[in-house]
Design a protein around this ligand. Sequence first.
Ligand SMILES: Cc1cc2nc3c(=O)[nH]c(=O)nc-3n(C[C@H](O)[C@H](O)[C@H](O)COP(=O)(O)OP(=O)(O)OC[C@H]3O[C@@H](n4cnc5c(N)ncnc54)[C@H](O)[C@@H]3O)c2cc1C
Length: 462
Amino acid sequence: MYDIIVIGAGPGGYVAAIRAAQLGMNCAVVERAELGGICLNWGCIPTKALLKSVQVLNYAKHSSEYGFDIEGEIKPDISKIVARSRGVAAGMSKGIEYLFKKNKITVISGTGRIPQAGKVDVTQPDGSVSTLETKNIIIATGSRANSLPFAPIDGDRIISYRQALVPEKIPASLVVIGSGAIGSEFAYFYRSLGTEVTLIEYLDNIVPLEDEEVSVQLSRSFRKMGMKVMVSARVNSVTATENGCKVEVITKKGTEFIEAEKVLSAVGVVANIENLGLENCGVQTERGKIKVDSYYSTNIPGIYAIGDVIATPALAHIASAEAICCVEKIANMNPAPLDYTNFPGCTYTSPEIASAGYTEKAAKEAGINYKIGKFPFTASGKAAASGEKDGFVKLVIDADSDIVLGAHFIGANVTEMISGIVVARKLGVKAKDIIHSIHPHPTMSEAIMEAAAAAHGEVIHL
Ligand SMILES: Cc1cc2nc3c(=O)[nH]c(=O)nc-3n(C[C@H](O)[C@H](O)[C@H](O)COP(=O)(O)OP(=O)(O)OC[C@H]3O[C@@H](n4cnc5c(N)ncnc54)[C@H](O)[C@@H]3O)c2cc1C
């Protein structure tokens, strides 16, 4: 009898298992594919490895600006770029195997299903089934790519992130439908490799969850690199042509047809909730996700769910934070519920985007008396030295209390800067506290101090 069986070994599941083991629980993880889930194998990590390759390419292309003459044409070798990304992912997955061993967690390969609370059936590829007994079950089965009903992913002409991560050749042209983090990162990656990219967004701005000024800046950067960016644009149909696809797009100006070798469908994810036995056990779902309380308990005692299978933001760090909270609750440790108004979101294009908390629009809609502090990287010494002056730091500050409500960064390496803001928001830090905290010079993060100062009319370098 286990204390906990976790189904799924992504950043939700493997973190839950490790935390449970740390707390002295006897724990097993059931996984049907690779350890590390989508994040390590088909998401966060391999995409960042691909993006690093094009960062190197872009540096090489601009090497003369930094004082180097690279002779001849710089040619991407896509098989090597992909092989490097796969190698990084495989190495990370091996790392999880090591962590499981170190924490004495039992790993069971196979597909998990819950016949009733307290039991998990594990099916092997040959059809054989074994039944395990446990006090608690955590469902962490993640998600897969969503597709538009009229443009089903066929893995060839219409692809998902799965195929986009492992191209055999660089496509001459690509239409990316959906400009969230995943769509934007692939659009940037392929454009950097020379593909003719059209990025199509249904809403009025690309990266639509971000502050509007950030979206506008990314659009500008994308257009500067020769990408076609279409907003307020609805894809109406995708039809096969001799060499690829024809995409019908409806915009305010009328209907436009775009031909491309490949279409990448980046229109969100669907939770893996099928064939888990949820109906048998009576576990409630709502709009395709498992329904949970603020400690991730389903309506059935002893069955919990975390990560992409529940209706919280589909991000790896959210899944891991939920895992820890859920396990600590099972261990009666009285954890605080997670604060979903204070989490970072990052997009690893160039320039990068990082944000947390209220956008300006959200503050306005909430009727908050707010002020804005903004500092552009054109005025930053580190950005100038790096030759990466695109972007800015924008802070949304409560005008009455001076507390920082939100932060919106776009620029080089800004994803490394956002954690400080999440901590600041947790502690209720005021803009004045940031102004009076000495920041290292020269760094991109000085821009946060300057943005806070700008909100108080005290900015130095502008
Ligand atoms: C291209 C891409 C890039 C991304 N980049 C980022 C990023 O930069 N930062 C970020 O925070 N997030 C990113 N994400 C999102 C992130 O990958 C997910 O939010 C995260 O992986 C969710 O974790 P999870 O543990 O809920 O599920 P998953 O990582 O999806 O893991 C679920 C696991 O469960 C297994 N499983 C499913 N059903 C069963 C079953 N019945 N039995 C046994 N095993 C089962 C699956 O095989 C899988 O291994 C990205 C996603 C994609 C697709």
